[in-house]
Design a protein around this ligand. Sequence first.
Ligand SMILES: C[S@@+](CC[C@H](N)C(=O)[O-])C[C@H]1O[C@@H](n2cnc3c(N)ncnc32)[C@H](O)[C@@H]1O
Length: 205
Amino acid sequence: MAGHGDFLWQFLTNRDSVGAVAPSSNGLGRAITAPARAVAAPRRWLEVGPGTGVFTRQLIAAMEEDDHLDVVELNDAFCAVLERDVLPAAGDQAVLHAGSILDVPLPGAYDAVVCGLPFNAFPTHVSRAMVRRLIGMLKPGGTMSYFEYAGIRRVRSVIGSATLKRAMFRHEAFVNSLKRDMKGRRDLVMMNMPPAWAVHLTKEQ
Ligand SMILES: C[S@@+](CC[C@H](N)C(=O)[O-])C[C@H]1O[C@@H](n2cnc3c(N)ncnc32)[C@H](O)[C@@H]1O
C-alpha cells in the first residue's frame, strides 16, 4: 500500500499537478464524499484527482449493487496504486481513466462529482476549464465537492511574489463567481494537515 513517503515523492517530482505534500485525512474524505454518499442508489459518481485513493476508498465502501464510479487520475504512479490497492474492491463498478480531466472521454452524466484537484496550484484559466467540464457533466441537482486548504490564498497573497498575488486575486474572484452562480456550502475540517474547507456546489434543477 502507498504511504505518505510515496505521496511526498510524487509532490516533489510533480509539484504543479500534485499540489499537496500528503494525502487527505479520512475526516476530510468523509466531508468531501458526504453529498455523493447521500444520493439515493443507484448512483453515478465521478472522482477526479484521487491520488492514493483516500476518497475513492470511502466511495467504494458506500457502493451499492448498481452504483458506478468513474475515476480520473493524471499521475501514472498514483494510477498504479489505485489499480493495485484500491479499485479491485469495486470489481467492474469502478473504472479508471488515466489522463487529464481536460482530455479523457467520459460517459457522464453524474449524480455527484468528488474532486481532489489542487485548483489553487493551477493558472486560473486552467481551473476554470476544469470546473466548467465537471459542472457540465453533473445532472441537474447534482453536487460537485472539492477542498481547499483554509487560508491558502491569503497566505500566498501575503508571502508570494507579485505574480502569485495577482494569480490568487484572480482565483479568489473565480471562486466567488462560482459561489454566486451555484448553491454552495462549505464545512471546515480541522482534522486534516493543514485544516481544509470541504466546498460543495449544487447545480440548479
Ligand atoms: C492534492 S492531490 C489530492 C489527492 C487525493 N484526492 C487526496 O486528497 O489525498 C491532487 C491530485 O490531482 C491529480 N491531478 C492533477 N491534475 C490533474 C488532471 N489534470 N487530471 C486528473 N488528475 C489530476 C494529481 O495527480 C493528484 O493525484
